[in-house]
Design a protein around this ligand. Structure first.
Ligand SMILES: CC(C)(COP(=O)(O)OP(=O)(O)OC[C@H]1O[C@@H](n2cnc3c(N)ncnc32)[C@H](O)[C@@H]1OP(=O)(O)O)[C@@H](O)C(=O)NCCC(=O)NCCS
Length: 161
């Protein structure tokens, strides 16, 4: 970590894998969406905790898009990285692919952005280190995260009315 912050690569989860079995399916025999949402949340939580060095809670989930179904026998490959942090909150981007592990063919199934808040020992939001993007892709994610935060905070205002 430099004094300008922590690079996304320092906290990223490169590959969390989950093998789909029949008890993971919905009544249409594709993977139950709630399972994938849980995997996204758990994987993103690890990134938030690595980045902040503190226990974190999910504050918001936005843009969780199911792009394509996953099926029995697929291997879900979940990748997550910190896009940006503010005072106590962090946006974590998650990408899920479904791999046919016999052939190596892989399909994009979900993209999601989750916001976590780091907590102090007394359960209050705690300040976190900035995300220091290094690559062109990380810099684009950092910039886009700023736009999404504005939208999230607007939504929060409306929902808390
Ligand atoms: C998330 C939580 C800690 C925020 O606490 P709070 O008292 O509202 O604190 P604040 O208003 O000071 O917000 C703290 C940070 O959370 C962010 N935040 C809170 N709600 C948010 C939302 N809906 N979307 C995005 N960011 C949000 C704020 O922007 C702020 O970020 P910053 O410090 O980086 O500027 C609190 O709402 C909470 O504990 N929620 C329940 C979390 C939980 O149980 N998650 C699991 C769900 S099953």
């Amino acid at each position: 970590m430099s004094n300008k912050g922590k690079a996304p690569s320092e906290s990223a989860v490169e590959q969390n894998v989950y093998k789909v079995f029949p008890n993971d399916l919905n009544s249409k025999y594709t993977v139950f969406g709630g399972l994938v949402m849980g995997l996204c949340d758990r994987t993103a939580l690890i990134v938030a905790e690595r980045h902040s060095g503190a226990p974190c809670v999910t504050a918001a989930v936005d843009s969780l898009n199911f792009v394509a179904p996953a099926r029995a026998g697929d291997t879900l490959i979940i990748k997550a990285a910190a896009n940006r942090s503010w005072r106590s909150s962090m946006e974590i981007g998650v990408h899920v692919a479904a791999e046919n592990s016999y052939t190596g063919e892989s399909r994009h199934v979900v993209s999601a952005y989750l916001t976590f808040v780091a907590l102090s020992d007394d359960g209050e939001p705690k300040s976190v280190t900035p995300v220091a993007p290094q690559t062109a892709v990380e810099k684009r994610r950092f910039k886009d995260a700023g736009l999404r935060r504005q939208q999230r905070l607007e939504n929060r205002k409306v929902q808390n009315r």
